[in-house]
Design a protein around this ligand. Structure first.
Ligand code: ARG
Length: 660
């Protein structure tokens, strides 16, 4: 049930005679944080009074007079300047909680919309190892898919693998020049990974070498700019101008500094390669490696037999590699239609754009010129190669024909915003506009230093080693010998491992999902796995506490239902009510996830419920309750809390353990 919505609907009705914008005022109802102000508070009287030119308390009184709430709330109170405080009736609350018992959906309704929602997520470029940057799309997309599916939507998940790009040119080149067919056949995944790193390292080296003079030039220009500014003397009478000049000088100096640090990192990359005899020899022997790799990719796309053969041979290994990560993360897809799947459709897309007059040739490249963008969208390069955008247009058309979706969500890094803006703009003109297209964008994972997370050698941190680290950290926290002493029967090693894995992997996901997707966040494993704080460990631990109580009481939910049937459900402590109200808000949290495609709404809800549950535990005895009737209600709350926490975590892709 969406209780806030119910209240808003009731206020909406009551506000109709008072204003022509009842909806916007009705939306000003929120759960309170302090029970002193009731359970919900409406602060609509103050803004409405301005519109009506009447004292806010009078307006509040008129609204209270008109609103019909007596079946769900006590008589509303008007507080302070005109706040309307609402207290949910105990009888109503008890009835709602009784309704949740035995309900596997925990009170969450189902949509009757049947048109599919396609969710494009994870979509890594394979052939190179997955790194920390792949966490976000995978975890956000998976939790959106789980949540929407639970809400009753027909979801179709599609992993739009980058399985056709330059990275294959890289491993094909690597295999041809450095590969040992026997080693690759025997141990393909690490070997291909090694080849990828070796060739990519050389490409990066080439790029760095080529960039150094440009950066040096840029530093000189920036220094000259700074010096020029410093030599200016501002008019002493004009304080504003002086301040402005100071600011410009500081910003010019900052630019010099940032270019210098870029230069330093390029130089250290170059020095790294040159200091190592093998890579130095490689670099000398493969001076045009960047161009050669592009040629290998182009040959693959043109259907060159040898390269196509190699691609077919390598692709399954690359997929094995990422599937290992997906298994560990418990992420599945309905489809994995990679870029290669669309290759044969790309020519048709370009032709269609041309025949509809949307594309034209400029400098030999086929471009779509779009209003509101500086640069056109190139769909075919001069050399005949198609682009990322061409593939996305083909993919869009295929999805519309094949799935007839109502929505397509693209869970992709914010840095691709312009790409998607253009795709969506072209889609409109392409006659593909009936579908709602959403770029579910997200920010960057940063290291402790606030910069994009890298290893010491400057490469991106591999996802698997990160997961291992998280599980190790989790083990030290939850399997600490002192904690383990408390378990009876003792926790065997296999169970400890299961707990560490569930807690460690859950921690990474939960921490990621806990930040609003559009913000960047700093990656800190210690904080993520801690037992206290805004962590999944805390929520998982709260869940385990519910299970411990039920086990000690020797009651399953069906037994609790029988107790309630005998004693009824009623509240004897404020902490019970607060917990009950929180349990009632589950659906609201899930709908908020859908509304903004933002799983952090569910994370916040679960943390809040776990905290409220902890307060309930501190103040209400369950096993030693004052009477059997009181115990019945408390056990019902414990059982429901356990299920809501478990289900909520599951919708985030996070597991639970029965004890920890
Ligand atoms: N493979 C792309 C990358 O790693 C992401 C693909 C996202 N999906 C899409 N339909 N463009 O940047």
């Amino acid at each position: 049930m969406h209780f806030t919505q119910l209240l808003q609907d009731r206020f909406h009705e009551a506000l109709k005679p008072l204003t022509d914008a009842p909806e916007s005022f009705a939306s000003m109802i929120r759960p309170t944080t302090d029970p002193k102000h009731g359970d919900y508070q409406a602060n609509l009287a103050m803004p409405l009074s301005k519109k009506l030119g009447k004292p806010p308390r009078d307006v509040a009184a008129a609204v209270v007079e008109a609103v019909k709430l007596d079946d769900v709330c006590e008589t509303p109170e008007i507080a302070g300047p005109g706040f309307i405080n609402l207290k949910v009736k105990d009888s109503f609350l008890a009835e709602q909680i009784r309704g949740l018992l035995g309900d596997a959906r925990c009170g969450v309704g189902k949509t009757d919309s049947t048109q599919p929602i396609v969710i494009d997520f994870s979509s890594p470029n394979v052939a190179k190892p997955m790194h920390v940057g792949h966490i976000r799309s995978t975890v956000i997309g998976d939790s959106l898919a789980r949540t929407l599916k639970f809400l009753g939507y027909h979801t179709i998940t599609d992993n739009h693998l980058g399985d056709w790009g330059t990275q294959f040119g890289i491993i094909i080149y690597g295999y041809k020049h450095f590969g040992d067919p026997e080693v690759v056949a025997k141990d393909p995944v690490p070997e291909l990974s090694k080849l990828y790193r070796r060739v990519n390292g050389l490409i990066e080296y080439r790029k760095a070498v080529a960039w150094v003079p440009d950066i040096e030039q840029a530093i000189e220009t920036a220094r000259a700019d700074a010096a020029d500014l410093e030599s200016q003397t501002p008019d002493p009478a004009d304080a504003k101008a002086a301040k402005k000049l100071k600011k410009s000088i500081a910003s010019a100096n900052r630019r010099v500094e940032s270019l210098q640090s870029e230069l330093e990192s390029l130089r250290s990359k170059i020095a790294g390669v040159e200091a190592d005899p093998t890579s130095a020899a490689d670099a000398a022997a493969h001076p045009d490696i960047d161009k050669a790799v592009l040629q290998e990719t182009a040959k693959l796309h043109q259907g060159d037999a040898e390269n196509l053969e190699l691609w077919k041979k390598f692709l399954p290994f690359c997929k094995d590699e990422i599937n290992r990560v997906y298994d560990r993360l418990d992420v599945q897809f309905d489809h994995t239609l990679g870029e290669s799947f669309y290759h044969s459709m790309l020519g048709g897309v370009v032709e269609q754009l041309e025949s509809k007059g949307l594309a034209s040739t400029s400098d030999g490249a086929v471009c779509v010129f779009l209003d509101g963008f500086d640069a056109p969208m190139i769909v075919r390069k001069q050399d005949g190669a198609f682009l990322y955008a061409t593939t996305d247009l083909a993919t869009l058309r295929y999805r519309l024909d094949e799935f007839n979706p109502a929505e397509i969500l693209y869970v992709v890094d914010s840095r691709q915003s312009e790409h998607f803006d253009k795709i969506f703009a072209v889609a409109g003109e392409f006659g593909l506009a009936e579908v709602k297209l959403v770029h579910v964008n997200f920010g960057t994972v940063l290291g402790e230093d606030g910069k994009p997370m890298k290893t010491r050698s400057g490469s991106l941190i591999g996802l698997e080693s990160l997961l291992d680290d998280a599980v190790d950290r989790a083990r030290t926290v939850v399997c600490d010998p002192q904690r383990l002493e408390n378990f009876d029967p003792p926790m065997e090693v296999a169970e400890q491992e299961m707990v560490a894995e569930t807690v460690g992997i859950g921690a990474i996901k939960f921490a990621d999902l806990g930040h609003h997707r559009t913000s960047d966040y700093r990656f800190n494993l210690d904080k993520m796995v801690a037992l206290e704080g805004n962590t999944s460990t805390y929520v998982q631990y709260s869940y385990a506490r519910t299970q411990a109580i039920l086990q000690r009481a020797e009651k399953a939910e069906s037994d609790v239902i029988a107790m309630i049937d005998t004693h009824g459900l009623s509240f004897s402590h404020v902490a019970e009510r607060t917990l009950a109200l929180s349990l009632l808000r589950f659906e609201e949290a899930l709908l908020a996830v859908h509304k903004d495609y933002a799983p952090n709404a569910l994370v916040d809800y679960l943390l809040d419920t776990a905290r409220v549950y902890s307060r309930f535990n501190d103040s209400c005895h369950v096993l030693k309750a004052e009477s059997e009737a009181i115990q019945a209600t408390r056990l019902a709350l414990v059982a429901l809390t356990g299920r809501v926490l478990q289900l909520g975590l599951r919708l985030l892709g996070v597991g639970v353990v029965p004890r920890m």
